[in-house]
Ligand binder design. Structure first.
Ligand SMILES: CC(C)(COP(=O)(O)OP(=O)(O)OC[C@H]1O[C@@H](n2cnc3c(N)ncnc32)[C@H](O)[C@@H]1OP(=O)(O)O)[C@@H](O)C(=O)NCCC(=O)NCCS
Length: 143
């Protein structure tokens, strides 16, 4: 089941899955609490197993209302079972209803195939985020 969740809820997965167990309080993103930001969680048997955050944040060079997808993470035991795909597809339907025009993200290299499977395309060269690794910006038109 997919639900809207709080920033606090996301921290319990961001820390182990994205930041190698870093203090959850240090896993907050600027903009998490903005009025137009939202967070989604996928629950399996009442356990939060997958999260994603969405900040209304356009990207230079693109027209219309843009949202940045951040902090996409699925607990390792549940990866590769289609849950992340379902969560992002839910967000796309919701964002279309909010009149958003596109979704973009800074994708980790290990996740390129995941985003390509959702229809995203590359919009930057590869760049490094220190301590995390190689990334490319990716873009998905919503409407
Ligand atoms: C990247 C990540 C978020 C994807 O989430 P996920 O829940 O594993 O994603 P899905 O299961 O929907 O899709 C992942 C793969 O499973 C495949 N898949 C989709 N539905 C499936 C199903 N029903 N059964 C089996 N595999 C399935 C997809 O085709 C995809 O395969 P591929 O990318 O190897 O071609 C997750 O792997 C993760 O948390 N990784 C570590 C953190 C990370 O890198 N986050 C991204 C930051 S940008």
């Amino acid at each position: 089941m997919i639900k809207f969740i709080s920033t606090e809820d996301t921290l319990t997965l961001r820390s182990p899955v994205l930041r190698e167990g870093l203090d959850p309080e240090l896993c907050r993103f600027e903009g998490d609490e903005d009025e137009l930001s939202f967070h989604l969680g996928y629950f399996k048997d009442d356990i939060l197993v997958c999260i994603a955050s969405f900040h209304q944040q356009g990207r230079e060079g693109f027209n219309g209302m843009g949202y940045q997808l951040r902090g996409m993470a699925t607990l390792p035991a549940y990866q590769g079972t289609g849950i992340g795909n379902q969560l992002v597809n839910f967000s796309i339907i919701y964002l279309r209803g909010q009149k958003a025009n596109y979704l973009w993200c800074n994708a980790r290299k290990v996740a390129f195939r995941f985003y390509i499977g959702l229809g995203f395309e590359f919009i930057s060269e590869e760049f490094d985020i220190p301590g995390i690794g190689p990334h490319k910006a990716m873009y998905l038109k919503i409407q």
